[in-house]
Design a protein around this ligand. Structure first.
Ligand code: 9D3
Length: 245
């Protein structure tokens, strides 16, 4: 997979993509991540990327020219068809399912703005998917781009080591019956820390009891903290409306 991130702050994104799991996935050739400086696609003396809104009002608006030029130049750098993604508070909210779907694409181009909005013709002309990472306000799309890329790349085959399998994650784990569930409580050495002890069951060596305890804890934790993740108890279970399985 190849991912290009178009941004005014490539130097902010690069170190994140070079570290840890994403850095390792790049070294292994699983993914190539290229941070592209939007300003390098400008043509005027002042290297402008934004201007004041027609009709007046506060703030600045990212201009069409540099964004169209960036997308077209980046697409011509590689023959695989690219999926275009605009990071914007108006987009569809990222979730684990969306990350999984995007992980099957060969090529992504993410466009991050900063402070401001995009000229509407960027939406109309480039027809990007629009993604938000949640209902809070960031100062720009860069942090959102890093979140989106991280959530995708760690799902690529081979990106995680044997000790880090994504199949066991919160948000893709099953709590017995294929529902999403939060993690069970975890402990490591020492067994007693400031009067707080590790539950006996975890020291018992009985792997059946340990598995049952963890499933129970994960379910209780999900019920109390994130009941929205569990199937609706006054319906048929919420997921599968067919009667063939
Ligand atoms: C006046 C309306 N503001 C929207 C709430 C304008 C505005 C504020 C901040 C427009 C863009 C931004 C910068 N944010 C992003 O670029 C962004 C974002 C976010 O702020 N929250 C969650 N997901 C995303 S994806 C891109």
């Amino acid at each position: 997979m190849r991912i290009d991130v178009v941004t005014l702050f490539p130097e902010v994104c690069e170190p994140y993509f070079s570290a840890s799991i994403l850095g390792r996935a790049q070294s292994a050739g699983t993914v190539e991540i290229v941070c592209q400086d939007l300003r390098s696609f400008t043509t005027d003396r002042h290297r402008s990327v934004d201007d004041r809104p027609f009709g007046g009002g506060p703030g600045m608006v990212l201009m069409c020219g540099p964004i169209f030029d960036a997308v077209e130049a980046i697409e011509s750098q590689d023959p695989r068809r690219a999926t275009r993604i605009l990071l914007t508070p108006q987009g569809r909210r990222l979730d684990q399912k969306m990350a999984g779907e995007l992980a099957s694409h060969e090529r992504l181009i993410l466009i991050a703005g900063h402070y401001e909005g995009f000229d509407e013709r960027i939406r109309v002309g480039l027809k990007p998917l629009e993604i938000s990472i949640g209902d809070f306000v960031l100062s720009g799309g860069e942090a959102a781009a890093m979140v989106v890329v991280d959530s995708i790349v760690r799902l690529l085959p081979g990106a995680l080591g044997d000790d880090e399998s994504s199949a066991e994650d919160s948000f893709s784990i099953t709590a017995g019956d294929s529902e999403q569930c939060l993690e069970y409580p975890q402990y490591t050495r020492p067994r007693v820390f400031r009067d707080m002890t590790v539950p006996d069951v975890l020291m018992s060596g009985d792997h059946g009891r340990i598995r049952d305890w963890r499933t129970q804890q994960a379910l209780e934790r999900t019920k109390s903290r994130r009941p929205d993740l569990l199937p609706d108890t006054n319906s048929d279970g919420g997921e599968d409306l067919s009667n063939d399985g």
